[in-house]
Design a protein around this ligand. Structure first.
Ligand code: NAD
Length: 301
C-alpha cells in the first residue's frame, strides 16, 4: 500500500496578514508623498446582515492599513438613480481612490448598470467590463480581489506555473473566469470546468492545480485529485447545524479531510482564500491611489 501523504496547509490568513502589513507601510509612505491618505469608498444599499458585516470589516481593515474609509449607506428602497448619482459623485471626488458597491443589490437595481457607472480607474473590485477587457488582453487594470489573492497563494507556493495543468471549477465573472485568465497569463495550461462539464472527476484528475469556485459543500472528493496537486478552495458553504448547535460549520467546495491525504498543498476553509480577498482589496486601492496621484506603483505591491 502506498503511504498516505499529508498536504501542507496553505495559510491564507498569515499570508493576508503580511500583505495587509505591507500595504499599511506603503500607505503611510503614500500619505507622506501625496499629502493625503489613500481612500476607499464602500457603498451599501439596504440592511442585508451578511453585507453589513462585510462592509464593517472592510472599513476597519482600511483604517488599520493607514487609509481613509468612506462608508455610504442607502436605504433598501433607494432608487437606481440615487445610487448612480452617488457613484457619479464618488467618481469625481479626489479623496476617493477606490469605489466598492457591495453586492448583491436589491432586486430593483440593475447591478451591471451600477458597475458600469464606476470609473474603471476607481473600480478596485475589477468588475467593470473595461477591467475585464484589460485583463483579457494583458493590459494593467484592476483584477478581481479573490482570484488575484488565489494567484498570490499559488505563486508563493509553486513559483513558476509554466506548463502546469490547471483546472478551474466554476466560470463566474468574479472568480472562475478571471482566475482562468490569470493562470493562462502565468503560462499554465488551463481548463475551465462548470456545471455542464462531462465527467468532472476525470477532468480534475489531470490537474496539478485545482481551483474550486462552485458554492457546493465538499463537492470535490479526494479520489478526484492527482497525487500532490495544489488545491485552492474558494467555496464558502455553511453546513446545516449539528443537533444542539445554532450554526452549521463553514466548509469549502473541497472535502478537506480526504483531499488532505492526496493533495500536496491545500487551502483550509475558513482561513485560506477568504482572508486574501480583503487584503487584495486594500492592495488594489493603494495601487489606484498611486495611479490617481501620478506616482509610480511600488513593485512590492
Ligand atoms: P457562482 O454561483 O457565480 O458560480 C458558480 C459556478 O460553479 C458556476 O459557474 C457554475 O457553472 C459552477 N457549477 C455549479 N454547479 C456545478 C457543478 N455541479 N459542477 C461543476 N461546476 C458547477 O459563484 P461564485 O461567485 O463564483 O462563488 C463560488 C463560491 O466561492 C461560493 O461558495 C462563494 O461563496 C465563494 N466565494 C468566496 C470568496 C472568498 O472571498 N473566499 C469570494 C467570492 C466567492
Amino acid at each position: 500500500m502506498t503511504p498516505r501523504m499529508t498536504a501542507q496547509r496553505i495559510d491564507g490568513k498569515a499570508f493576508a496578514a503580511q500583505l495587509r502589513e505591507r500595504v499599511g507601510t506603503i500607505a503611510a509612505e503614500f500619505e507622506q508623498e501625496a499629502g493625503r491618505k489613500a481612500g476607499l469608498a464602500v457603498v451599501l444599499v439596504g440592511e442585508d446582515p451578511a453585507s453589513q458585516v462585510y462592509v464593517r470589516s472592510k472599513g476597519k481593515a482600511t483604517v488599520a492599513a493607514n487609509m481613509e474609509s468612506f462608508e455610504h449607506r442607502l436605504p433598501e428602497d433607494a432608487s437606481e438613480a440615487d445610487l448612480l448619482s452617488l457613484v457619479e459623485r464618488l467618481n469625481g471626488d479626489e479623496a476617493v481612490d477606490g469605489i466598492l458597491v457591495q453586492l448583491p443589490l436589491p432586486g430593483h437595481i440593475d447591478e451591471q448598470k451600477v458597475i458600469a457607472a464606476i470609473s474603471p480607474d476607481k473600480d478596485v473590485d475589477g468588475f467593470h467590463v473595461i477591467n475585464a477587457g484589460r485583463l483579457s488582453v494583458g493590459q494593467s487594470g484592476f483584477v478581481p480581489c479573490t482570484p488575484l489573492g488565489c494567484m498570490m497563494l499559488l505563486t508563493d507556493r509553486l513559483g513558476d506555473l509554466s506548463g502546469l495543468e490547471a483546472v478551474v471549477i466554476g466560470r463566474s465573472n468574479i472568480v472562475g473566469k478571471p482566475m482562468a485568465q490569470l493562470l493562462l497569463d502565468a503560462n499554465a495550461t488551463v481548463t475551465i470546468a462548470h456545471s455542464r462539464t462531462r465527467d468532472l472527476p476525470a477532468v480534475v484528475r489531470r490537474a496539478d492545480i485545482v481551483v474550486a469556485a462552485v458554492g457546493r459543500a465538499e463537492m470535490v472528493k479526494a479520489d478526484w485529485l492527482k497525487d500532490g496537486a495544489t488545491v485552492i478552495d474558494v467555496g464558502i458553504n455553511r453546513l446545516p447545524p449539528e443537533p444542539g448547535a445554532q450554526k452549521g460549520r463553514l466548509v469549502g467546495d473541497v472535502d478537506f479531510g480526504g483531499a488532505s491525504e492526496v493533495a500536496g498543498a491545500i487551502t483550509p476553509v475558513p482561513g485560506g482564500v477568504g482572508p486574501m480577498t480583503i487584503a487584495v482589496l486594500l492592495r488594489n486601492t493603494l495601487v489606484a491611489a498611486h495611479r490617481n496621484a501620478g506616482l509610480d506603483v511600488p513593485e512590492s505591491l
